[in-house]
Design a protein around this ligand. Structure first.
Ligand SMILES: [Zn+2]
Ligand SMILES: [Zn+2]
Length: 183
């Protein structure tokens, strides 16, 4: 199993102090490796917007799945939290359509660029500047109820009071991001 150094940095951010991910990869040898070389059987999933104009093809398993309660994710999705699956850039390709982009600042001090359908408005994927080797893909866009669940949640300070997550989801009050702010 090859772990690229950028990917290891990304995983440390996605799962600070969490050994479960590495264990999962050790115990599931059929999983695609983290540098995007998809060893058989290789899962290919498609993330699509609601009108079907924009489709992103994702090969292999995501390196991480993360839930976010922040207000930006709430406004972006129209739901009360967002869930993203993080793939390496080598694992994803635009299968169909064209995206419109929107960039905003992240609490890390860097920028996130969202790619959404200009026709129906669904966000399909995003590129976090501070995780330049990774792409976040909207888990709902897979329309796959048995998609791997999130193992961590960020911005729990914004969590809706009625919402209770499974105990196996590690909650962080804010973002555990550890990057050097610009300037
Ligand atoms: Zn669309
Ligand atoms: Zn968020």
């Amino acid at each position: 199993m090859l772990f690229g150094s950028q990917t290891v940095v990304a995983l440390r951010w996605l799962y600070p102090g969490d050994k479960r991910l590495v264990r999962a990869y050790r115990t599931r040898p059929q999983i695609a490796d983290l540098d995007g070389l998809c060893s058989p059987p290789c899962v290919i999933r498609e993330a699509a917007c609601q009108c079907g104009q924009l489709v992103l093809s994702c090969s292999g398993e995501p390196a991480a799945v993360s839930l976010c309660h922040c207000l930006d994710c709430q406004r972006r999705t129209g739901s009360v939290f967002g869930v993203g699956a993080f793939f390496t850039k080598e694992q994803v390709m635009v299968a169909k359509g064209s995206s419109t982009q929107f960039s905003r600042g992240a609490d890390s001090g860097s920028t996130i660029t969202f790619h959404f359908c200009g026709v129906c408005g669904s966000t399909v994927w995003w590129e976090p500047e501070h995780l330049s080797s990774m792409v976040g893909v909207a888990v709902g866009a897979f329309a796959e109820p048995d998609f791997p669940p999130p193992l961590q949640a960020t911005w729990a300070v914004r969590q809706h009071e009625w919402l209770h997550l499974p105990v196996e989801v590690t909650s962080h009050p804010k973002s555990p991001v550890r990057t050097t702010p610009r300037g």
